[in-house]
Design a protein around this ligand. Structure first.
Ligand SMILES: Nc1ncnc2c1ncn2[C@@H]1O[C@H](COP(=O)(O)OP(=O)(O)OP(=O)(O)O)[C@@H](O)[C@H]1O
Length: 616
């Protein structure tokens, strides 16, 4: 049985979430319109559509890389150049060595070679550039974009500034795609395939991992996402889109030279993605269409106004970009959806999906976490000093202490975000101090954060589904071609189960950012539970909750404890802590000053003096 719940307009609107039938019908309508256009439009407009299709292919890659993944690249035009020059050299040169000369026999072979070369270059450049953060990353892409551009114009075997001409047309059997309307169908088939596969990818486990990048590395890694891999994956995919566009461009023009592959064009592709809506796959098509048409029109119109030729359109584009950044940061596609009154399809959650396998839980009472002599220094500041405590399966332990006592530092070291200066942390019998969060998550530790780290524009369901990441395995390629549906159904069903478990069923399809802060904290707990943990780290779970909500949270944590889950929580709400936990560790100035049962801690004079005395 499928439970359909209406999704709000804004939640994950472009991700092709559900209602596959409706999406297929919409796509067929688009295909039908595209199919008749060459028959009804003058050749000039068909040529324009060819340019739009090629640019949109590059921009779709940028949607994934920049709009969804948050990695800005100005260098995509250089990858278009790699695709174009590879096919140009291979299909025209008569002096190629035997080991590669075979590829020149057909443009289809050179497409494969171009994609492989581009993939390798992207892997190399990506591993060098993607480590850069903030504005250094876009600067890095500018650097290699310019380098490749100058390489195209300098190397003799690439024809230097005059380029390479005489490329053969692409053939399908004996049919040569040598006219505008003929290659039009190929260009738009490539574009539609890119749109559909990108939407599919975004609507999958791998897609959620990519979207999680915007929630920050710490959150994504804590959920088991390999963020370095996800970054490289989208970088390579975007480069491959650009290379395919370059191949189409080269065979449409039948010649290549360096000018279309410079930084100026790299900026233009990014501009197309932003104008259309950088987070929206169809936005890339709208952006490419608008910018190409406007460019054409302004190039004709503005010189007449100013009385002489010049690149006046660039000034208009600059102003247009400023206007969009001020007035419509999301780009034009959301506005198009609003005007057409298209709402995101309801997302189906299958109640009959097979449950995911669960990990073997440790025996109740078994020590699951041991913190041994842990010290963490930040320069001269000792944030944790010789800390010792342990947590058992089926136990709730609270770590309390005044602000700045060192609780978050301890959490970060336990969960792999930070490394102790000295000491050991043993989790499920393994020494984990200094290990990756991802590795520790795989062992069965999951966490929530003091400052909520959800993806506010994604639905509650999809946010929680990020927690199931390590419980699935389908990779990028099967996801792009929808071969992951069985697993995806199970992952979403598990996410829905955890949402019901924490009592947020009514908000399952709402945008996470639309919930009250207290509810967002509960969503984080559901996300942590979706990982099937044996140890749950909760950082101030009751902050911002109303009385009834706190009661419900207390009941949930007791239920988890009864199931054998160990819970370590940091909390300032003493009423909540005292009525819930089994034991308490009290910290002050980075040191443990007391440990014991709640009633013992309440009587402890040192604690009263240091901490409880100051709390209502
Ligand atoms: N990365 C860091 N670099 C330098 N000092 C740090 C760093 N992280 C924490 N500290 C310092 O370590 C001490 C302990 O901070 P921590 O955040 O662990 O305290 P806390 O008990 O979690 O406080 P709160 O209850 O306010 O969250 C503070 O003095 C803090 O300024």
């Amino acid at each position: 049985m499928n439970t359909h719940v209406q999704t709000s307009v804004g939640s994950a609107p472009q991700q092709g979430a559900a209602s596959p039938m409706k999406n297929v019908l919409r796509l067929l309508a688009v295909v039908a319109v595209l199919a008749v256009l060459p028959a009804v439009l003058p050749p000039y407009y068909v040529t324009l559509l060819n340019y739009i299709g090629i640019s949109a292919l590059v921009a779709v890659g940028l949607v994934l890389l920049t709009g969804v993944g948050g990695l800005t690249s100005f260098g995509q035009a250089a990858f278009v150049g790699v695709g174009a020059y590879t096919t140009a050299v291979l299909t025209t040169s008569t002096s190629l060595p035997g080991w590669i000369a075979w590829a020149g026999a057909s443009p289809w072979l050179t497409l494969g070679v171009g994609l492989v070369i581009t993939g390798l270059i992207a892997l190399l450049l990506g591993s060098l550039t993607l480590r850069l953060s903030g504005h250094y990353l876009p600067l890095g892409t500018i650097a290699w974009g310019i380098s490749l551009y100058f390489l195209f114009g300098t190397l003799d075997f690439l024809g230097a500034q005059s380029g390479i001409s005489g490329l053969p047309p692409i053939r399908i059997g004996s049919w040569a795609l040598d006219e505008g309307p003929e290659i039009y169908y190929l260009i738009w088939a490539f574009l539609l395939a890119a749109v559909v596969t990108t939407q599919n990818l975004l609507d999958s486990r791998e897609g959620r991992a990519i979207r999680a990048l915007k929630g920050g590395v710490v959150m994504a890694e804590a959920m088991g996402v390999d963020t370095s891999r996800s970054r490289i994956v989208i970088f390579v995919i975007a480069a491959l889109h650009a290379a395919a566009a370059g191949w189409l461009y080269a065979h449409m023009q039948r010649l290549v030279n360096p000018s279309p592959f410079g930084l100026h064009h790299g900026i233009e592709y990014l501009f197309m993605a932003v104008v259309g809506g950088a987070g929206y796959v169809w936005g890339a098509v709208v952006g490419a269409g608008l910018v190409t048409l406007l460019n054409q029109w302004l190039q004709d119109f503005l010189p007449r106004v100013f009385g002489h030729s010049g690149n006046f359109e660039i000034i208009i584009f600059g102003m247009l970009l400023l206007l969009i950044l001020h007035r419509a940061r999301e780009g034009l596609w959301p506005a198009v959806l609003r005007v057409l009154r298209v709402k995101a399809a309801p997302k189906a959650v299958s109640d009959s999906a097979a449950a995911l396998p669960r990990r073997t839980m440790p025996t109740r009472g078994e020590t699951i976490l041991e913190v041994k002599d842990v010290t963490r220094r930040f320069g001269g500041l000792v944030a944790n000093n010789n800390m010792n405590f342990s947590v058992k399966a089926g136990e709730i332990l609270a770590l309390i202490g005044p602000n700045g006592a060192g609780k978050s530092t301890m959490f970060n070291q336990i969960s792999g975000v930070d490394t102790p200066t000295s000491g050991e942390i043993i989790f499920t019998g393994k020494a984990v101090a200094g290990h990756d969060s991802r590795e520790i998550a795989r062992l069965g530790m999951s966490r929530s954060f003091q400052h909520v780290r959800l993806l506010p524009r994604m639905s509650v369901l999809e946010n929680v589904a990020i927690g199931t990441h390590l419980r699935g395995s389908t990779g990028v390629f099967p996801a792009a071609w929808r071969l992951d549906r069985k697993e995806e159904e199970r992952l979403l069903a598990e996410a829905a189960r955890q949402i019901r478990r924490v009592g947020l069923e009514a908000h399952m399809h709402d945008e996470a950012g639309s919930l009250a802060l207290g509810q967002q904290r509960i969503v984080e707990i559901a996300r942590a539970l979706a990982a099937d943990p044996c140890l749950l780290l909760l950082d101030e779970p009751a902050a911002g909750l109303r009385f009834k909500e706190k009661e419900a949270l207390g009941e949930l944590l007791k239920k988890l404890k009864a199931e054998g889950v160990a819970i370590l929580l940091v909390e300032h709400d003493m009423d909540f802590v005292m009525g819930l936990v089994d034991r308490i560790v009290v910290m002050e100035f980075g040191e443990k000053i007391a440990e014991g049962l709640p009633e013992e801690i309440q009587q402890n004079e040192r604690v009263l003096a240091a901490y409880l005395g100051g709390v209502e």
